[in-house]
Design a protein around this ligand. Sequence first.
Ligand code: IMP
Length: 429
Amino acid sequence: MTNVAVIGAQWGDEGKGKVVDWLASRADVVVRFQGGHNAGHTLVVGGQTYKLSLLPSGVVRGKLGIIGNGVVIDPDALLAEIARLEAQGLAVGPDQLRIADNAPLILPVHAALDRAREVARGDQKIGTTGRGIGPAYEDKVARRAIRVADLAEPETLSAKLDELLLHHNTLLAGLGADTFTKSDLLARLHAWAPRLLPYAEPVWERLDALKREGRRILFEGAQAVMLDVDHGTYPFVTSSNTVAGTAASGSGIGPAAVGYVLGIAKAYTTRVGSGPFPSELHDETGRLLGTRGHEFGTVTGRARRCGWFDAVQVRQAVKVGGIQGLVLTKLDVLDGLPEIHVCTGYLLDGARITRLPASPAAQARVTPVYESIEGWSASTRGARSWSDLPAAAVKYVRWIEELTEAPLAILSTSPDRDDTILVRDPFAG
Ligand code: IMP
């Protein structure tokens, strides 16, 4: 048995919730290692609907959840999420959740700066979730972040805030936004301390112990490879590394412990926010995919942009993300389409290429080259074995495996947890 890391293979929202929930039910501990409350998914367990954003999915199944140092934590968002789950009857105390004491905090200044900068960018905006994710990571790298452990040393907070506010208030004032006062932020930090510190610990020690006990660890990625700050469609990306390698550095466990890397992709493509999307459809088919797939953002409610499956993009994600097996979701959204297109190459300035170039200008210029395959009229929804699927649907799935150079591990055929065809058990390695 091995550990498993699960990551998105497109631009996010691939339907991770259902898969992560299924995997979490088979794991002993679930670890978040990057991102923050910009992520979001809905879990339906025992007839109850839970909306998770920052908490590791396992908490709704009574599994230990760990928030690693690679996550940026907004204390208000975290406490509100815990309160929501507790109101639904779940216990989310220090026995169920541990938080890395070296994780940086998202403060109200970060969200304010995130939004003010997006306004200033005008039509060049990134389309961030406005939750302060980018500015919080910037502060971490700039070495002025306030981290969870700092809350235990209240006498150090005033000087830390001086440094932080010097930077942020200057920027906020320059952007014409409201500035923050130290006393207000200090009061918030003091109020959060007794509520957060009971959860805090050096999680690397616990992970080391769990590893030695042979516990199954699930590393739960957020966002997706094409939103990775290095490997994604920069600058239209999130501010963390979303690839599976981050599971090690973002939680404090060695790379060998990350285990099997599972990538999740939809049978078509969606994206929220701005940025290149070569196979985007602006026509009736694009609208059909959006309507049938209920393509609205979980966090911001924004309508997602929709397009054909982009095998060039997913293949690239497979390579840079180290994806060993693919989960394909939402195949049923394609049911009834007479013909299905897949992007198998790009044209860039007249030349055919099979990767997304690094430069944003070149990314914006690529046009998709499509190949097509016959669709199917029968429903694939709810299929639980290959024999339940029309032959053309099986052919489509096999073609995607071939094009992306990733073997299929799981096919998901509806939001229902049991509507799944398991090809390979990820925990079997
Ligand atoms: P940020 O992470 O809020 O800075 O947003 C940067 C980009 O990542 C924007 O295009 C967001 O729409 C996108 N993004 C962030 N989190 C998610 C997610 O969980 N799913 C899909 N897109 C996301």
